[in-house]
Design a protein around this ligand. Structure first.
Ligand SMILES: [Zn+2]
Length: 1024
């Protein structure tokens, strides 16, 4: 696969505020560079604006209006006016990150990012900004990477100015309050603790440890208590003073990029930007450029063998190359990434797979920093592959030799250029907050008028640069890293911050010699021209009678087909989603495993063919579900039928390759095992779901059933699986009703002819249900984590069957309490980095969940959550009408935000189909119900379902007990707890005794089940 941006995406969506000090983030724009400083500013009349750009090159499909500005303080700005946007958003990127940390204060840039939020001279309250954003339907976040610190938010479109007023003060007059400072060190510390057992973070740091330690690349960017508190204290350093110095030195308007999007006109946005940001001080900071590579000759003479936490096996080969940003209009890095990372016939991956050594391959530029970069080839290793690392590298060099010998191929460059141009022309609208965040960073690298198109519109070609990089891909200029559990016995070194065990093993000159002098391999060849590049990109005629919502166009024992021709996004794209139901899919763990492996083997077998489609913007996905399997094809509509025909014909005539079976079974087995090393908070959510749902085969049960999973059992099972099926589908996008009917007939015909598939009776289409926790009940389930030291809890309060009233009240309650929950438990009590409260829905039921991951034990966390829930009563009674109305408006803004992409709209419809509720207008229906909701309704709802004495309260807590946290009683002695805590903390109310769930099946057997919701539409009455 071609990878030119993020290799290790370290995201974790559960937190409302996250920071990712990862050098891999923010790489996207670094592919291409241009120094804006070189641009000569032509002064306009205004004193505040030094230059204006009115012709910003944009996608033909983009109806937003753009204007670029450079203020006289040097601040670069891109303004985006979109009269239809529901959300306004803004982002500011400071072109400085943890590479600029003082060497005795690792993590200072990241700490600064945390502290900046917590109060300014104009708005001294530490939660002022978050509160404002939350109460106006928005969200905010920030991240710190090697060279960037990026702050962004979105908010209901009426409140851009109010939010920006608070936001701009961060860059003008932050307080860095000394009280917040002590506490926030804890937040940074627990953020690091959360990452400590994550292989992505560990390997990234190990890479930094095995290079030149005097190079900025080697820095530890997150920071923790040691680097930001105890060590500075020992040295007599005052961290707050250093923070002020850091801000004073680097937070300068001339190295900031700002982007904002709103309904306002460009002139109005200009006014706002001038008003709020012209007073940011210009300190004329020069951003550092690092010409030297962090890998010295001696770093590249040894192979680094390291031991992962999860059972993963990877080989990573990294070649230092120069920074290629100035070539953004020809993008030579992507030319090489495209070829070396290709997955079609004759590719490097294809040959390595044939040998049985690897399953996947990633190649391309990996973000270095200003001045240096890397080209990387990464493969995973099979059980055999681990013994063939040298052979694998040998074949890599054979492919590189092939590229050198054939020279630059113009037609391949043109293909990449054309695909990229089509993709830019029919670009989906992006979500405002991620859009501005990306743009604000790109402003540092490209001329303002090309900031959107750079890297997408390739106007040049640089065979000489391609050749130059190819020359650098040699055995004397390469770092080799191998990751596997197998090195446990031999790893004699330990990385400082994460404790990763590793060993450095010399690479002999003979080996290097061998790699540098490989012969051509006749199994390797360049890819064929891509037949999937769309030739027709036209819009199909939309009939006047086109319904607003998906319509049922077929319903019988074989299938139920929903169709919606798009008339909103007007792109030549479509999605075909097909959910296959089989009565055999979830009979027992073994059956689930068989479907799983069948799907894995099929996707693997089709990959060489489907890869070309994927890079041409036509994707396909097949995944197994508890009911069977789900197929999705999306992207340019033009050649979808070609791909669908191939998929179905192959699926219904599938034979298993025995070698691939062994390899993929082993991969699946490791994935099941690796679940045990996941974050504790993921486990707490997982086990809650296991307990709630009628039937769940846990990862442990699936693992135990693996001995039955043989080549023979799966081969015999495939025809059985395909013998009885029902499918439900949605065709959405640039498709006519006739297209949808043809697709449906084709699927049915192929199944009937090739596998003699028979339909199912309606009574066979059983869907699973959730258990009903009795009113006033409290259950606890305990699970000991085998790998991680931190503990976690999910406290779930069940609200019951979904219906418009309860859905609405539950969402509003969550809107009103989630920010205070975060503020009290994370910011004030410092329980841990992961603190989260949200609504959760499954199998027609719903509830609210409170999640905390912490060094503290789950019973303590439960008492803190209960204390918070109790405090909500006071919070509600003190809340005035206007604040309540702000929450209502905020929820409404969130829910009624229009999907930006066709795919997002498809997903909304598809969610209604999968849940079989078919309320396609759910947002409109529920939000018009919300109009009549009074504060009293929410208070009553809270008193019934959430309050400790609530008559309908039904609680299920899942405790994940950290490895180091051996003792964890479930009985909470409230009096002792209240005595032991700080006086300023909320007190925990008296709690009823909890029942401990010892045996999950027995627990479920005793419970009644909730029914499934009735469909919102009368399906029997649907006119076809
Ligand atoms: Zn952070």
């Amino acid at each position: 696969m071609l990878r030119r941006k993020v290799l290790v995406i370290i995201t974790d969506t559960i937190c409302t505020r996250l920071s990712h000090p990862s050098s891999t983030l923010g790489v996207q724009c670094r592919l291409f560079s241009s120094s804006l400083n070189k641009m000569v500013a032509t002064h306009e009349n205004s004193k505040v604006i030094s230059r204006t750009y009115k012709n910003v090159q944009k996608s033909e499909n983009d109806d937003r209006k753009y204007k670029g500005l450079i203020l006289s303080n040097g601040l670069k700005i891109l303004l985006i006016s979109d009269p239809n946007t529901d959300k306004a958003a803004a982002a500011l990127d400071v072109n400085v990150g943890y590479a600029s940390d003082p060497s005795d204060l690792p993590g200072l840039a990241h700490f600064c990012e945390h502290m900046l939020f917590l109060g300014t001279k104009k708005y001294p309250n530490e939660d002022e900004y978050h509160k404002y954003i939350n109460q106006h339907g928005g969200s905010c976040n920030a991240y710190t990477s090697t060279d960037h610190t990026n702050y962004y938010f979105d908010v209901g479109h009426e409140h851009l100015k109010g939010a920006l007023d608070r936001f701009s003060q961060f860059f003008i007059d932050p307080l860095f309050d000394v009280c917040c400072s002590d506490r926030e060190v804890n937040a940074v510390h627990s953020e690091h603790e959360k990452n400590i057992m994550s292989d992505a973070w560990r390997l990234q740091m190990l890479d930094k440890t095995t290079c030149d330690q005097s190079h900025v690349f080697s820095k530890f960017g997150t920071g923790n208590k040691e680097t930001l508190d105890s060590l500075p204290k020992q040295k007599g350093l005052n961290v707050r003073d250093e923070l002020l110095k850091f801000h004073e030195k680097f937070y300068s308007s001339n190295i900031m990029g700002l982007s904002m999007i709103g309904r306002e006109s460009l002139d109005e946005l200009t006014e706002i930007a001038m008003d709020l940001f012209s007073s940011v001080v210009n300190k004329d900071v020069k951003v550092p450029v690092y010409q030297e590579s962090p890998y010295r000759k001696e770093d590249m003479e040894k192979r680094c063998n390291s031991v992962p936490v999860k059972d993963i096996r990877n080989l990573i080969v990294t070649f230092p190359i120069p920074d290629l940003q100035e070539y953004y209009d020809s993008n030579p890095g992507s030319y090489l990434g495209h070829l070396i990372g290709h997955e079609g016939p004759g590719s490097l991956l294809s040959e390595l797979k044939n040998q049985g050594w690897v399953n996947s391959l990633v190649a391309g530029q990996k973000g270095g920093s200003r001045g240096f970069d890397f080209f990387l080839i990464q493969v995973d290793l099979t059980e055999t592959g681990i013994y063939h690392v040298e052979d694998i590298i040998q074949i890599m060099f054979q492919y590189i030799k092939l590229l050198k010998s054939v020279g630059h191929q113009d037609w391949i460059h043109h293909e990449i250029r054309d695909i990229s141009a089509i993709s830019f022309r029919f670009k989906d609208k992006e979500k405002p907050s991620s859009y501005v965040s990306k743009v604000s960073q790109a402003l540092h690298y490209f001329p303002l008028d090309k900031v959107l198109s750079a890297g997408n519109i390739l106007t040049g070609s640089r065979p000489d640069v391609v050749q130059d990089i190819l020359e650098r891909l040699n055995a004397d200029n390469m770092k080799v890293d191998v990751v596997a559990k197998a090195f446990d016995g031999s790893a004699d070194l330990s990385e400082k911050w994460y404790g990763t065990k590793y060993a450095l093993v010399p690479i002999t000159n003979e080996t290097k010699e061998k790699w540098n002098n490989v012969e051509l391999n006749d199994k390797l060849r360049l890819p064929e021209p891509n037949e999937f590049i769309p030739s027709s990109l036209s819009q199909k005629l939309v009939p006047e009678s086109n319904p607003e919502l998906p319509k049922l166009i077929k319903m019988d024992n074989f299938s139920k087909v929903w169709f919606k021709q798009d008339s909103t996004f007007n792109l030549p794209k479509a999605t075909i989603s097909v959910d296959f139901y089989s009565p055999y899919a979830y009979v027992d763990p073994h059956h689930y495993n068989m479907v799983h492996l069948f799907v894995d083997l099929f996707v693997d077998a089709l990959n060489e063919y489907s890869y070309a489609a994927e890079i041409a913007g036509l994707g396909f996905k097949l995944s197994n579900t508890v009911y069977g399997m789900c197929l999705t094809i999306d992207g340019y509509e033009d050649k979808q039928m070609v791909l669908l025909e191939k998929i179905l014909t192959r699926l219904t005539n599938f034979t298993i390759d025995p070698q691939r079976f062994t390899i993929l079974k082993e991969l699946y087995q490791r994935a099941l095992q690796n679940f045990h090393a996941d974050q504790p908070y993921n486990h707490s959510a997982y086990y809650c779901q296991v307990l709630r749902s009628e039937v769940v085969w846990t990862k442990t049960k699936l693992y135990e059933a693996l001995p039955e999973l043989t080549l023979e059992s799966v081969s015999e099972f495939i025809p059985t699986f395909l013998s009885y099926l029902h499918f439900e589908s949605l065709m959405h996008g640039n498709l006519t009703k006739k297209d949808a009917s043809n697709i449906t007939s084709f699927i049915e015909k192929t199944l009937k002819e090739n596998t003699l598939t028979l339909p199912l009776l309606p009574s066979q289409l059983v869907r699973y249900r959730d258990i009903e926790l009795p009113p006033k009940s409290a259950y606890v389930y305990k699970y000991h984590h085998e790998v991680r030291d931190n503990s976690a809890i999910q406290l779930y309060l069940q609200v019951g069957l979904q219906n418009t009233r309860d859905n609405c009240l539950l969402d509003l309650t969550s809107q009103m309490i989630s920010e205070p929950f975060f503020n009290i438990l994370r910011t004030k009590e410092q329980l841990g980095y992961v603190v989260h409260c949200s609504v959760t829905r499954s199998n027609s039921t719903q509830g609210i969940r409170f999640i905390v991951q912490s060094e503290k034990s789950p019973n303590y966390l439960e008492a803190r959550i209960e204390a918070f829930i109790n405090h909500v009563e006071t919070m509600f009674s003190e809340m005035d009408e206007s604040e309540f109305n702000r929450h209502k408006a905020a929820l409404k803004a969130r829910r009624l935000e229009k999907p930006k992409k066709l795919k997002a709209q498809t997903l909304k419809y598809w969610g209604e189909i999968l849940s079989q509720q078919y309320m396609f207008e759910r947002d409109q229906i529920e939000m018009s119900y919300l109009d009549n909701v009074e504060k009293e309704d929410v208070v009553t709802f809270y008193k019934d379902f959430l309050h400790i004495n609530g008559g309908k309260r039904a609680k299920l807590s899942t405790y994940i007990i950290g490895k180091s946290n051996v003792e964890c009683p479930v009985v909470i002695n409230v009096e002792e707890h209240n005595k032991a805590i700080d006086d300023c903390l909320l007190k925990c109310p008296q709690l009823p005794a909890s029942h401990i769930i010892e045996d999950v099946s027995r627990f479920k057997q005793k419970m009644s089940l909730y029914p499934r919701c009735e469909p919102y539409i009368d399906l029997a009455g649907a006119t076809l």
